[in-house]
Design a protein around this ligand. Structure first.
Ligand code: SF4
Ligand code: SF4
Length: 262
């Protein structure tokens, strides 16, 4: 009687529809659409994501490692970081004239609905960085809408090394404009670098490319930070901070229509 072929645990537990190799991933990325963004922005996201995939393949990464990096948002962060670094190599005037300084924290007063859109990789990193501060006074002791990651005395970020892409991308030439906007005003002076839209667009494209195979989420920065400083475990924090599906596309649309720096 012929012996049954051996099936490895990972192969046996592989979900139907999951891409089995990098070529299948490339095909999904080539076919992905982003109705939330203009065609030019969609094609730019496809180009930088495909280049990231080529580089992962050249590094010898297997499909499961690549899928984890894509679905967690680590890939979008790497791409955003690389593009921001490119901008900063030859900084435009707005970057050269930035008024940003340690302890200047009006931009950490989270006036939007949820403090900003972040990926799962960023949410986990932020939670890990803030968990040791659970129960201590946080930024809200300085300002009721401040990010809980903020130190209320020094007004510096207590999760600086783990701060999300949106925090790394925001700058201003006018701290007074930031103060005014933190009080509900709407004056020019601050904004995000263009690379931030690339990061969001890439994460949205990953979601579109992996639809039906792998869930790709986004999260609310403020909710993750609040959960971390109130002592919630990471799993509960991320469950509670997870965005509704449409939020990522809405964030892309809003940012595509806004002025960007650099
Ligand atoms: S973005 Fe505005 S509030 Fe934030 S550090 Fe720069 S100048 Fe200060
Ligand atoms: S994570 Fe840090 S840099 Fe970002 S909003 Fe919060 S305090 Fe500010």
């Amino acid at each position: 009687m012929p012996r049954a072929p051996k099936i490895s645990p990972s192969a046996a537990s592989r979900k139907p529809g999951l891409p089995t190799d990098l070529a299948a991933l490339r095909a999904r990325i080539a076919a992905a659409t982003l109705p939330a963004l203009p065609a030019q922005r969609t094609e730019r996201a496809r180009r930088v994501l495909s280049a990231w995939l080529d580089s992962a393949g050249a590094d010898g990464q297997d499909v499961d490692t690549v899928l984890r990096a894509l679905s967690s948002g680590a890939a979008a962060c790497q791409i955003g970081d690389a593009l921001r670094a490119q901008t900063l190599e030859n900084p435009p005037e707005v970057v050269r004239n930035a008024a940003c300084a340690s302890g200047c924290a009006f931009c950490c007063i989270l006036t939007g609905p949820d403090g900003g859109t972040i990926t799962g990789a960023e949410a986990r990193a932020l939670h890990t960085a803030l968990a040791p501060f659970a129960g201590q006074p946080d930024g809200r002791a300085w300002h009721p809408k401040a990010c809980p990651a903020l130190d209320p005395e020094t007004r510096t970020c207590r999760s600086y090394a783990a701060r999300p892409t949106i925090c790394r991308s925001y700058l201003s030439t006018d701290a007074e404009a930031c103060r005014t906007n933190s009080e509900g005003g709407s004056v020019q002076g601050g904004g995000v670098l263009g690379s931030h839209l690339d990061y969001l667009a890439v994460h949205a494209m990953v979601r579109a490319a992996l639809a039906g195979a792998v869930k790709v989420h986004s999260y609310a920065l403020r909710d993750v930070a609040v959960a971390a400083v109130t002592g919630q475990d990471a799993r509960t924090a991320l469950e509670q901070a997870r965005h509704p599906v449409r939020t990522l596309g809405d964030a892309c649309t809003a940012l595509a229509g806004a002025a960007k720096l650099g």
